[in-house]
Design a protein around this ligand. Structure first.
Ligand SMILES: Nc1ncnc2c1ncn2[C@@H]1O[C@H](COP(=O)(O)OP(=O)(O)OP(=O)(O)O)[C@@H](O)[C@H]1O
Ligand SMILES: [Mg+2]
Length: 590
């Protein structure tokens, strides 16, 4: 077997395998070069999702013709002047991107430094195809076309224009978010799809590139631990999404997709979000270059921290503290769709004043439900036992959730706040309060229990009893005191005091069922959110229970002082507010 040195064009093609996977990865390299060149504005134009062409134009420092020749050579970079790779502050440093792209596509580079003439060089699949003078403003323009046209094995892996386009948009968004001081535009097939001006602040840029509603539904964080700083914007748990694409993570200004960071974000939101929901966050971590290795991945999207535990702790702790401080806040407005439905509800014709035949009157003509459904007289009456209507709503600062005015469908509390109408899902809210009270009590040594006047015997199947029996101590710490009572029954002596009147039988039966689903090695503490939800379900504030005005107000006041009370244990909002202006809009007054 003879060993040979590979020719340059083959080396480049091999390197391209790591760096250039699809149009979006080439785009990422080109935009990073524009950023490193000190551009104030970067314009990206794509054809056919990037499969046709990818253009990146910048107004940065530009290159002289001699520099351009070097730039297209392998391992040539202007970014490591003193070999100190740990201290690298630019996005690029490998000196590989341009020659790699040029080896698997047709690459046109045009560049001009201030005060000199422009120059163009075209490299087609590793071979210089043309070169000569070019007219352009100071800066650089790069066009990539015909990616993988000569590399069919790679072309096979390209996806539809639509999904390549989506990946390109994601690249531009992430880099634009990393550099709010730079202006970015993105065009696709001649259509402007994104534009952010130069000189924006970080929160402005994050809001512009994620969701305009994020600003009103997020907390800003800024934490420092030692030499590490964590800044950014974290969406409230209720402002969640079905995919994890709305998480933007940056380390020293470099967008990364790091498992450690993603895991830390997930941990911070645990117990506030259902498994299949994801928060919206943009987190910026700044730390000394010696604390992080950026040279672990050819595409530079992963990093290695010298002290991963510290970084994880900072993210989990920082996010939790910021979200705790947000307290009872949830998404501020009813979901747009619900509002729209409210607006478009057709007005029912008024029932005729004529006397109706008896059976028809029984169900009401206005109610189109078939008669086997509840007749109006059997539906829960609106709970109109209002506060004295004269009482002014309390100042929003004191009582942001307002005073209870009544109850709807025995499930929702209607409250009046100084600035609008508040609707509370009483059961979801109570579930959350129970979880938070339990958490606090567990941290303080245990949940207070309320002894039953008469211990209650609950009959269960034998395996259910066995499961409960192995958890007696843990359940006692949660305020539920029970003992085995023969082969097929449990004797309940006390229940968590915080639950109020409890349906003991239902609670114990449900807990036994739930234990079946838990891994035996798992402590109940780790499942506290589930256990608390189950307990809350059998506590006093169930959906369908009519509450007194005092009970409603007590619930509102407790929500105001409880962390995370804005979302239920599954991440849904526990309350929504319809501001006065929203109400005016509904009535066409605004
Ligand atoms: N838009 C640009 N404006 C000015 N100079 C550029 C531009 N793009 C590339 N260059 C020059 O070309 C060199 C090579 O670019 P290339 O992307 O191949 O490598 P790099 O950015 O140094 O490292 P990496 O491979 O990590 O991206 C750069 O170091 C830079 O000097
Ligand atoms: Mg580069």
């Amino acid at each position: 077997m003879s060993i040979r040195r590979l020719p340059e064009h083959l080396i480049n093609r091999i390197a391209a395998g790591e760096v250039v996977e699809r149009p979006a990865s080439a785009l990422k390299e080109l935009v990073e070069n524009a950023i490193d060149a000190g551009a104030a504005r970067i314009a990206v134009a794509l054809g056919d999702g990037g499969l046709g062409h990818v253009d990146v134009a910048d107004d940065g420092c530009g290159m002289t013709p001699a520099e351009m020749v070097l730039a297209l050579e392998r391992h040539a970079t202007s970014k490591l002047p003193d070999d100190a790779i740990e201290a690298v502050e630019t996005l690029g440093f490998r000196g590989e991107a341009l020659p790699s792209i040029a080896s698997v596509a047709r690459l046109t580079v045009e560049s001009r430094v201030k005060g000199a003439d422009g120059w163009r060089r075209i490299v087609d699949n590793g071979v210089v195809a043309a070169e000569g003078p070019a007219a352009l403003p100071p800066g650089t323009r790069v066009r990539m076309e015909a990616l993988f046209e000569r590399v069919p094995a790679r072309r096979k892996f390209l996806r539809s224009a639509r999904s390549e386009y989506a990946a390109c948009v994601d690249v531009v968004k992430r880099l634009a978010m990393a550099r709010p001081e730079i202006g970015f535009t993105l065009e696709h097939d001649g259509r402007r799809v994104l534009s952010v001006p130069p000189g924006e602040s970080e929160p402005q840029r994050v809001a512009a590139l994620t969701d305009r509603e994020l600003a009103g539904n997020s907390v800003v964080l800024d934490h420092v631990r030692g030499e590490v700083r964590l800044e950014g914007v974290a969406g409230l748990p209720t402002f969640n999404r079905g995919v994890a694409d709305h998480q933007f993570l940056f380390v020293n200004g470099r967008p990364v997709r790091d498992r450690l960071l993603v895991g830390a974000v997930r941990a911070a939101y645990q117990e506030m979000l259902a498994r299949d929901r994801h928060p919206v966050v943009a987190l910026f971590i700044t730390l000394p270059g010696s604390e992080v290795d950026v040279n672990v991945h050819p595409a530079k999207t992963e990093v290695r921290f010298r002290e991963p535990a510290l970084i994880r702790g900072l993210i989990v702790g920082g996010l939790r503290a910021a979200l705790d401080a947000a307290g009872h806040r949830s998404v501020q407005r009813p979901a747009a769709a619900a509002l729209a439905a409210w607006q478009s509800e057709p007005v029912m014709p008024v029932a005729p004043a004529l006397p109706l035949p008896v059976e028809q009157r029984q169900y009401g003509v206005w109610d189109s439900r078939p008669s086997f459904m509840a007749a109006p007289s059997m539906m829960p009456a609106p709970q109109g036992r209002a506060e004295v209507a004269m009482a002014a709503p309390p100042a929003a600062v004191e009582h942001p959730l307002g005073v209870a005015r009544g109850q709807v469908a025995a499930t929702y509390i209607v409250a009046e706040a100084e600035d609008g109408l508040v609707l509370v899902d009483q059961h979801a809210a109570h579930e959350r309060l129970v979880l938070e009270r339990m958490r606090r009590a567990m941290a303080d040594g245990g949940v207070a229990s309320q002894a039953l006047l008469l211990p209650e015997v609950v009959e269960l199947d034998e395996t259910g009893c066995d499961r409960l029996e192995t958890r007696l101590e843990e359940l006692a710490a949660m305020g539920l005191e029970l003992d085995r009572f023969g082969p097929r029954a449990m004797l309940v002596r006390a229940v968590p005091a915080m639950l109020g009147r409890t349906d003991v039988r239902g609670l114990v039966t449900d807990l036994a069922d739930e234990l079946a689903a838990y891994d035996e090695a798992l402590s109940l503490r780790e499942k506290l959110d589930h256990v608390a939800s189950t307990m809350a379900c059998h506590g006093s504030v169930r959906a369908g229970r009519i509450l007194s005005v005092a009970e409603m107000n007590a619930l509102l006041r407790e929500m105001e002082v409880t962390p995370h009370s804005g979302q239920c244990n599954h991440g849904r909002p526990t309350w929504v507010k319809l501001g006065h202006t929203d109400i005016e809009k509904l009535f066409g007054r605004k």
